[in-house]
Write a protein that binds this ligand. Structure first.
Ligand SMILES: *[C@@H]1O[C@H](CO)[C@@H](O)[C@H](O)[C@H]1NC(C)=O
Ligand SMILES: *[C@@H]1O[C@H](CO)[C@@H](O)[C@H](O)[C@H]1NC(C)=O
Ligand SMILES: *[C@@H]1O[C@H](CO)[C@@H](O)[C@H](O)[C@H]1NC(C)=O
Length: 338
């Protein structure tokens, strides 16, 4: 319940917010200049036709300003449901002139191409960078590691090439990194075993990453890790352990090869484990029956052998398709062991 005086204050505030006069006064002139340049650089896209130069930029769609300073804090250009072909061109270098920007987002614009502009290095307050569902190409720029306030980087589903800069993991506040669905090559950097935040989410799926998973990655306590659809080889057993907080692990469609018999599982947290299409050998350890909240488990298309452990939390939860196409795995739901 609002008290009477609060209601009056609220009414007054909403009048102030809705008043065209108030809006036209709200706008830092430098920010407005940068935004109009962005509009021009994007060929006056109809997406931005409501960015009326005669009105204050804090009232424009896709912009969020700070209420006290009127500086632009968010520039969020997105087309959440379907790809929007109306926005054509490169990411405008003038985004770098929005010096108070904390969130920059370009989402689902397939006709945006070109590299990630170096002017983004000027955005020292940036916390959230999202460029996804575009045709942006070129490398993941090294300068991102100079933006010490970054908490989240989502550069998924673009055409990015080259190696993953090892310095990304050294950002003091980073806890979300999605570089999935690009054309990245090389190895996962060793430094990825030393993220500064305790349980980062890391998504590197569907790239061309090769070599082994760095053993250092076993030292951090990732909650969600997706390395699927790459060309990773060798061991992945260091990612497991009964004391980890791991909830979601997808290593499917790689060339991983290790003895599954010796792996232990986080009993409480693990919900999704997808290992299909690798060269994993050995037995399925009995410890798997103690995982309480298993929702998805897939070890199909590997080289596993022996009897599938029965009972516990595993009981009747997964069907043939979780286990089929192994070397000599047997027992329910596969045919009986001989
Ligand atoms: C975009 O609009 C501005 C202002 O009306 C104009 O000066 C500029 O030439 C236009 N640019 C393009 C590429 O249409
Ligand atoms: C920019 O807009 C003009 C006028 O609508 C159009 O003719 C031109 O092809 C556009 N340029 C790009 C790169 O889309
Ligand atoms: C496990 O992965 C295989 C191979 O991709 C797939 O065919 C199967 O449907 C998956 N199983 C389940 C239960 O999703």
């Amino acid at each position: 319940m609002f008290s009477g005086s609060n209601t009056i204050v609220l009414c007054f505030l909403s009048l102030l917010l809705l008043s065209p006069v108030a809006i036209s006064q709200q706008c830092n002139p430098q920010d407005k200049k940068a935004l109009l340049q962005i509009k021009k650089d994007l060929n006056n896209s109809t997406l931005l036709s409501s960015w009326d130069p005669h009105k204050g930029c804090c009232g424009w769609p896709m912009i969020v300003c700070d209420v006290t300073t009127n500086r632009v804090r968010w520039l969020v250009l997105q087309s959440p449901d379907v790809p929007d072909p109306r926005v054509v061109g490169h990411i405008p270098p003038s985004v770098g002139d929005l010096s108070s920007l904390e969130r920059l987002e370009f989402q689902n614009f397939p006709k945006i191409t070109g590299p990630i502009p170096s002017t983004i290095a000027k955005l020292k307050n940036l916390k959230y960078l999202t460029i996804t569902g575009t045709n942006v190409y070129g490398p993941i720029p090294f300068f991102l590691s100079q933006l010490k306030n970054l908490e989240s980087i989502d550069l998924s589903s673009n055409m990015l090439t080259g190696q993953i800069p090892s310095s990304l993991s050294q950002l003091p506040n980073i806890n979300f990194l999605n570089l999935g669905n690009n054309k990245l090559t090389g190895a996962i950097p060793d430094s990825f075993g030393s993220f500064k935040k305790p349980s980062p989410e890391i998504y590197l799926y569907n790239n061309k990453l090769s070599g082994p998973i760095p053993t250092s990655l076993g030292q951090i306590d990732v909650e969600r890790l997706d390395l699927s659809r790459n060309k990773l080889v060798g061991d992945a057993s260091m990612l497991f352990g009964s004391n980890k907080r791991l909830q979601y692990l997808d290593l499917s469609r790689n060339l991983l090869s290790f003895d599954f018999s010796k792996v232990n599982f986080p009993k409480k947290s693990l919900a999704i484990l997808n290992l299909n299409h690798n060269n994993i050998y050995g037995n399925i350890p009995v410890a798997i029956t103690k995982v309480e909240d298993f929702r998805e488990f897939n070890v199909s298309y590997n080289l596993l052998c022996g009897e599938i452990p029965q009972g516990g939390y595993l009981h009747t939860r997964f069907d043939v398709f979780s286990y089929y196409h192994n070397k000599c795995l047997c027992g329910s739901p596969l045919p009986k062991c001989k």
